[in-house]
Design a protein around this ligand. Structure first.
Ligand code: UDP
Ligand code: MN
Length: 269
């Protein structure tokens, strides 16, 4: 197949809502590239149908079904499951190059220029800027890299228990080797930055191309007033009201009308 793709991941139906909104935001940005989502058995059949209506590829990743050597080794460490699910993105070898996006990201402007970057490109993390944030990264699918990552993970583990700690240990020259692999922060503007450095957010916020709703501030968990059709963000998140409203506008116009009642209840308070 070849070509480039945006890739995300959902292990359940609520993160799938994030993936659906993300996919529509990519389409609205007029991307020229394909969309792929990795799903695990925790995503219901009806949700997969919805995902299939907007993603070009809906790929089930189920380590239990695979006879693959790396996966068999992973099976001996079930506690590492969620951390490792993201690694499956390296197995999408039908694509030449991909950009992984967490399901809690939203694309505000066309970012197709990201595909000019090489593996492994990512933006700094807000908590420790010599680490990259693993919510947005450019990579090259390869079964060999996948196998090496799994082997590395089994031997060394992850210093934070998640994929970010693991990937930062594996791609450990990111901080100092090649500045072209440092994505500008506007490609992964972590939501906490809007209050941890408010003046910078006010100065540069309008340049942001991808916003990342890290930690517990997921858009689908915000209070949404169905009368006024306005999101009412809690606390410091009010600085991000306009982008949260973008998320909800996509959800209300393009996704909610097609959801069954059990799925619709997953979002909003
Ligand atoms: N994820 C998922 N189900 C989960 C947790 C995480 O599908 O229960 C996926 C999803 O794509 C999510 C990514 O893994 O965006 C990373 O998790 P999260 O975004 O919650 O971490 P944070 O960015 O807040 O550190
Ligand atoms: Mn995230």
């Amino acid at each position: 197949m070849g070509g480039f793709a945006w890739v995300t991941l959902a292990t359940n139906d609520s993160y799938s809502l994030g993936a659906l909104v993300l996919a529509h935001s990519l389409k609205q940005s007029a991307t020229n590239h394909q969309l792929a989502v990795l799903v695990t058995p925790g995503v219901t059949k009806s949700m997969r149908v919805k995902l299939g209506s907007v993603f070009d590829v809906v790929q089930e990743v189920n380590i239990l079904d695979s006879k693959d050597e790396s996966n068999l080794r992973l099976l001996k460490r079930p506690e590492l499951g969620v951390t490792f699910t993201k690694l499956h993105c390296w197995r999408l070898t039908q694509f030449e190059k991909c950009v992984f996006l967490d399901a809690d990201t939203l694309v505000l402007k066309n970012c197709d220029e990201l595909f000019e970057r090489d593996e492994f490109s990512a933006a700094p993390d807000v908590g420790w800027p010599d680490c990259f944030n693993s919510g947005v990264f450019v990579y090259r699918p390869s079964v060999e890299t996948y196998d090496k990552l799994v082997q590395f993970a089994l031997e060394k583990g992850s210093f934070d228990g998640g994929d970010q700690g693991l990937l930062n240990l594996y791609f450990n020259d990111w901080a100092h080797k090649d500045i072209s692999k440092h994505l500008p922060f506007i490609y992964n503007m972590c939501s906490t930055a809007c209050y941890s450095y408010l003046p910078a957010f006010k100065q540069y916020g309008s340049n942001v191309k991808i916003v990342h709703f890290i930690s517990s501030t997921k858009p689908w968990l915000q209070y949404f007033d169905t009368e006024s059709r306005q999101v009412q963000p809690a606390g410091d998140m009010h600085h991000l009201k306009s982008v949260l409203q973008c998320w909800w506008d996509i959800f209300c116009s393009l996704i909610h009308p097609n959801l069954t009642s059990d799925m619709a209840g997953l979002a909003g308070a």
